[in-house]
Design a protein around this ligand. Structure first.
Ligand SMILES: [Zn+2]
Length: 56
């Protein structure tokens, strides 16, 4: 008897974003350690607030 499919997938390590910890969908062609959002490298400095204090 083969092990059940569910058991097989259960034993696989879940891919998690190294930054935010979001569980990522399996992407065979992608070996990134961060999710798409984090890998997007959108630079949002904590001190940067585009919506406020733009009164120049
Ligand atoms: Zn992430």
């Amino acid at each position: 008897m083969l092990p059940s499919v569910n058991q097989f997938f259960d034993s696989l390590p879940k891919k998690q974003c190294a930054k935010c910890g979001t569980v990522m969908e399996e992407q065979s062609e992608c070996y990134m350690h961060v999710c798409t959002e984090c890998s997007g490298e959108k630079t949002y400095p904590l001190s940067f607030q585009p919506d406020s204090k733009k009164a120049i």
